[in-house]
Design a protein around this ligand. Structure first.
Ligand code: SF4
Ligand code: SF4
Length: 373
């Protein structure tokens, strides 16, 4: 797998102001994308007052959350304290995982970083456009924050994007807390958060056992399905890695296809997997997806909402009922509705977690009551 170039991502491309140096550079190398990108840029931005989903109060919260994230951006990097404290990898890994959970993460794992987990070049901000990404720190602490079901169930309304902005902010502050702590021990640590990633987080999260990829291209976790927002801290502090999840959703997604059917932009492939950048996956048309975002004024979220794993199928249930779930839609739907009925209210789940999460299974990187499969 080649390293991705952040300059190619739709979010970086939308930042290139017409006739700016980065605009001229990028479209001289990718003339085939100029027309479609110019058209996308000409549409009203997310949260624009003219968009059909607009709500002034919700739009204000979204803007203020992203504004705060932007203000936090310079804090992502910093010098480690002088004098490195000796740490035992397994002990400090357990400690870091507990800290992440106590700061508000819902899932956490550790991956040995591979070069392809890092972007090759930066693209999101003018001051770093085209910078090669070096200094590849060898460990990644990757965590996930739950996206509340009652919020994503409103997708593609602006309420779902409020939740999206809240979880981006929460992931940002958890990562900052962890990175400050690690630097205080004398090790390098870099926080990766919205608008300031050097790494492709879903790849790291997959390697760290947080979940597996579905047809919609989102990482599906055992406990929350795709209703997660990821955060990452990379470091040179020695850590022990988590096991990846050994679940293959190819047949399941082949029979389900709900995200592909429900996507208003027809951006998710309804066909089989293809080889994309050396790996087998379902193709997503990011331009079509983003075009719908700009038309609607939010970051959509319908594919996350309709995925049955967002409604309570855990991996153990999937594995135990694999044949029934894959066999027919009717049995599959009965399994889903049983899961819905047995789900705890979010509030009680939250209040119980503070006690449960003290016990961490270091090999899986998740609080023991959450471990399945
Ligand atoms: S976010 Fe919406 S438009 Fe984009 S792929 Fe998912 S369902 Fe389709
Ligand atoms: S909605 Fe269905 S096809 Fe799409 S990722 Fe979820 S399980 Fe797979």
């Amino acid at each position: 797998m080649d390293r991705y170039d952040e300059r190619d991502t739709i979010f970086a491309r939308m930042n290139y102001e017409v006739d700016s140096p980065e605009y001229c550079d990028y479209y001289s190398r990718h003339p085939e994308l100029k027309e479609v990108d110019d058209e996308l840029r000409s549409k009203p931005d997310l949260c624009d007052a003219s968009s059909p989903s607009y709500d002034p109060i919700e739009a204000s919260e979204i803007r203020s959350n992203f504004s705060l994230i932007e203000d936090l951006r310079p804090l992502c990097e910093g010098k480690p304290s002088s004098g490195k404290l000796h740490v035992e990898p397994s002990d400090i890994t357990d400690q870091i995982k507990l800290m992440a959970l106590d700061y508000g993460a819902d899932l956490v794992g550790v991956a040995r970083m591979k070069p392809e987990f890092y972007y090759s070049h930066r693209g999101r901000h003018r001051e770093h456009y085209g910078d090669e990404i070096g200094d590849l720190l060898p460990y990644g602490i990757v965590f996930a924050v739950e996206i509340k079901k009652e919020m994503i169930d409103t997708a593609p309304a602006m309420t779902a994007m409020v939740e999206s902005s809240r979880t981006y902010l929460k992931a940002a502050t958890i990562g900052l807390s962890l990175s400050y702590f690690i630097r205080s021990l004398g090790y390098s640590a870099r926080n990766h958060m919205d608008g300031n990633y050097l790494s492709v987080l879903p790849l790291v999260a997959s390697a760290a056992g947080i979940g597996v990829f579905g047809r919609h291209g989102l990482l599906i976790s055992d406990r929350f399905g795709p209703r997660i927002k990821l955060g990452l801290v990379t470091t040179d502090m020695p850590l022990t890695g988590s096991r990846s999840v050994n679940v293959d959703l190819e047949r399941f997604c082949s029979n389900c296809g709900a995200c592909s059917r429900e996507c208003p932009a027809s951006a998710i492939s309804g066909n089989g997997q293809e080889i994309v950048n050396g790996t087998s996956r379902w193709r997503i048309d990011h331009e079509l997806c983003y075009s719908y975002w700009r038309s609607n004024g939010t970051d959509c979220g319908i594919c996350m909402k309709v995925c049955p794993f967002s409604r309570g199928i855990g991996f153990s249930q999937f594995i135990n009922n694999r044949d029934k779930i894959i066999g027919t839609d009717s049995v599959f739907l009965r399994v889903v509705s049983r899961s819905d009925a047995s789900q705890k209210e979010p509030s009680s789940e939250k209040s119980g977690r503070a006690v449960q999460r003290r016990s961490v299974d270091p090999s899986l990187g998740r609080a023991k009551p959450e471990v399945r499969g």
